[in-house]
Design a protein. Sequence first.
Length: 83
Amino acid sequence: MELSQALIVERNVLEWRFDPQSDARLGVVDEQGRGYDIEVIIYCQEGYTSSLAAASLKDLGLSRATDIIGGIKAWKEAGLPIE
């Protein structure tokens, strides 16, 4: 996934925005007919909220939903790039 494809989605609307059956879904869900096969990588500050959010998306059928273990904090501590 390229950083240029990053989206900010509030946690309280995450399921609506990524569920292919939702009228409130994001356009990216429909692109190239990906639907439930869309790759979603979620992150938060320390990885707690993102792991629950990824699990929630998996429960909806988005099997490729995941999160960054340890959140953006761990990402930075590993010296990985931040845009």
